[in-house]
Design a protein around this ligand. Structure first.
Ligand SMILES: Cc1ncc(COP(=O)(O)O)c(C=O)c1O
Length: 393
C-alpha cells in the first residue's frame, strides 16, 4: 500500500528522538539523545503506585483527573508560587504534557488562528498546530544567549494571532525566561488579547540561582494562561505519562473538550501515586534534585568544553546545546550520525527543532544529562577520543 498518512502529518515524519534512540541501540551508543533518566525516581513513589494498584482502584478515573491528584496539583501551585486554582474546575490531568499540548491546541484554536512559537521548539508544537489547523509564526532565538528581540516578536502579531506558546525553562536551549522577558510577553498578550499556553515541565530544574517564574503569575496573565507541567520530569517517571494543566475554567474547559475524546482519562493508580509524590516530595526533594542535576550539568559542560565544543552552560532543563564547528566539518545530522556510529555517543541534531531559520540548528548538537554520573563518565571517556576537526585519533 502507498503512503496513507494524513496529509497534515506527512511533513513531520518520524520523531528525531525515535530515530536517534534506534541508531544508538544499533551501535551500542550511550544515549545522550533522548531526554529520559537512566535511573529510577524515588522508590517510595513506586511503592505508592503499587499500593494504589493493589487497593482495587483500577477503573477509569474522573476525566479531568482523580480528585486526590487535582487537589495535590492545586496545593502545589499554592505552595510553590502562591497561585490559587480550584482543583475541580481549574485543573486537568493529561497523559503527559505531550497530550496536554495537543489537547490544548485542539481545544482552544480554530483553523486559521495564528500562534507564535519560539524556535528552537519542543517538537510536538508544530504537529499539534497542524492537527488543529492553526498556523505557526516563529521567532528564532539564537545561540549562545537565546535572547529575544521585542520588536521582532511584536512584528509577528496581527489580527489573526490568537495564542503564544512559551516553554520555560526551555528545551532544547536551557534558557530560563527572566521576569523582564516575561513582562514583555505579558504586555503583548494583554495589548493584543492573546492566550498563552506555557509548557513548564522543567519548572523545578533551574541552576545557579535562576528562578522559574510561571507566566501566569504576572499581573493580568492568570486569566489568559494555561500552564502545563508533568510528573515525568520532576519525579523521573517519564514512562508514567502523568501531566497536567492549570488555568482559568474557560481555558481548562477548552483543553478538556479535546482531552475527553483523546484519552478520556489516564491511569488511576499512577495518578494516585503522583498525588502522593506532590504531597510528600516537596522542598527538600527539589533541593536535592537540583543539586544532583547541577553536578551532572557541570560535569558534562566541562567535558564538552574540553573536547572543543562551544557552549553556554544551560540555566535550566537537562539539556545542553553545543556548537561542534571546531571539531567536525558537516551539518548537525552528519555530526549526530558520526558521533553515534564512530564514538558511540548519541546526540540529537536540533535542526529538527527549527522551521524558520533551520540553518541556526545545523551547527549544534543537543545532549541530555538526565543520566547517572557513571553514564556521563563513560560518555566522557568516549568524548576524549575525539580530536578537533573530525580527526579521529
Ligand atoms: C518541553 C517539553 N514539553 C513536554 C514534554 C513531554 O512531557 P511528557 O513526558 O509529560 O509528555 C517534554 C519532554 O521531553 C519536553 O521537553
Amino acid at each position: 500500500m502507498g503512503l496513507v498518512i494524513a496529509d497534515r502529518l506527512v511533513p513531520f515524519g518520524t520523531t528525531i528522538f525515535a530515530e536517534m534512540t534506534a541508531l544508538a541501540q544499533e551501535h551500542g551508543a550511550i544515549n545522550l539523545a533522548q531526554g529520559f533518566p537512566d535511573f529510577e525516581g524515588p522508590p517510595e513513589i513506586v511503592e505508592a503506585a503499587v499500593r494504589a494498584l493493589r487497593s482495587g482502584d483500577n477503573q477509569y478515573a474522573r476525566s479531568r483527573g482523580h480528585p486526590e491528584l487535582v487537589r495535590a496539583i492545586a496545593e502545589s501551585y499554592g505552595r510553590n508560587y502562591g497561585m490559587e486554582y480550584d482543583p475541580m474546575e481549574e485543573v486537568v490531568v493529561f497523559s503527559g504534557a505531550t497530550e496536554g499540548i495537543t489537547a490544548s491546541l485542539l481545544g482552544l484554536l480554530n483553523p486559521g488562528d495564528e500562534v507564535i512559537l519560539f524556535e528552537p521548539f519542543y517538537d510536538s508544537y508544530p504537529p499539534g498546530l497542524a492537527l488543529s489547523g492553526a498556523v505557526p509564526r516563529f521567532l528564532t532565538l539564537r545561540a549562545p544567549d537565546f535572547a529575544f528581540d521585542m520588536d521582532a516578536l511584536q512584528a509577528l502579531v496581527n489580527r489573526r494571532t490568537r495564542m503564544i506558546v512559551l516553554n520555560t525553562p526551555m528545551n532544547p536551549t536551557g534558557k530560563v525566561f527572566t521576569r523582564q522577558e516575561l513582562e514583555v510577553i505579558a504586555a503583548l498578550c494583554l495589548e493584543y488579547d492573546l492566550l498563552a499556553l506555557t509548557d513548564e515541565v522543567y519548572e523545578h530544574l533551574v541552576f545557579d540561582g535562576a528562578r522559574h517564574i510561571p507566566l501566569a503569575c504576572l499581573p493580568g496573565m492568570r486569566e489568559r494562561t494555561l500552564t502545563l507541567s508533568s510528573a515525568g520530569k520532576t519525579y523521573s517517571f517519564t514512562g508514567w505519562k502523568i501531566g497536567w494543566g492549570t488555568g482559568p475554567k474557560a481555558l481548562v474547559d477548552g483543553a478538556q473538550a479535546a482531552h475527553q475524546f483523546l484519552t478520556y482519562s489516564v491511569p488511576t493508580p499512577l495518578q494516585r501515586a503522583v498525588a502522593y509524590a506532590l504531597e510528600n516530595f516537596t522542598t527538600d526533594y527539589i533541593a536535592r534534585y537540583q543539586a544532583e542535576y547541577t553536578a551532572r550539568r557541570d560535569f558534562l559542560v566541562s567535558v564538552l568544553r574540553d573536547v572543543g565544543f562551544r557552549l553556554a552552560a544551560p540555566q535550566g532543563t537537562y539539556f545542553v546545546l553545543a556548537d561542534f564547528r571546531d571539531i567536525f566539518d558537516g551539518d548537525d545530522r552528519a555530526f549526530a550520525y558520526w558521533l553515534t556510529k564512530e564514538h558511540r555517543v548519541a546526540a540529537i541534531p536540533p535542526s529538527a527543532f527549527y522551521a524558520r531559520d533551520v540553518e541556526e540548528g545545523r551547527r549544534l548538537a543537543r545532549f541530555a544529562f538526565c543520566k547517572r554520573m557513571e553514564t556521563l563518565e563513560a560518555a566522557a571517556e568516549r568524548f576524549r577520543r575525539i580530536a578537533p576537526c573530525g580527526d579521529t585519533r
